[in-house]
Ligand binder design. Sequence first.
Ligand SMILES: [Fe+2]
Length: 203
Amino acid sequence: MLNYGVLEYSDATLAAIRHQVMQLRWSHAFVHVTDMEAMVDFYTNVLGFEVTDRGDVGGNEFVFLSQVETDHHQLGFSATREQSGRSNNVAHFAFRVDDLDTVKTMHQVLTKDDRVTNIMPITHGNAWSVYFNDPEDNGIEIFCDTPWHVAQPQGGPWDPTMATDDIVNATQTAFEGAAEFGPINDYYEERSSHLTRREGGQT
Ligand SMILES: [Fe+2]
């Protein structure tokens, strides 16, 4: 039993309240960095973020970055990294772009930037992704949706230098026999119905 001031709710009541009034929507990640200016340069000049705020907290610089109007920051950096090399906790941060041509363009940009390592184009059937490591070895993914949903996890390489139509056809051929293959919009509609039922307290 949790106790909020004068009110006491049973665990079952709290669970029902959570389902009815609360939905956690992803906003941002906050990352410890070593070389703040190098990271800000990469994320603004290569990935297109803007610095929305920066300041000092207890002698450490904090920088906030965003590309959208709905979040003051999608990423925060503080110059407080205590170890070099790859973080062991977060595998990658993923950013969605609008279409396949944008993913292809970003792949070209990244392959020409020698601060970027481990570039791997992977399609999961439901996404065309380019994975890479940023200048401080953080895992990053840039992706767009494909027109399809397929059961996860699964994936394989794709070639961002191919013509867009050929990529689409090759991906469909590779995944149309996979479990749950179908239009992505059907999948989103199913998810929407599920979440509506969940808000209503049904399962
Ligand atoms: Fe991912």
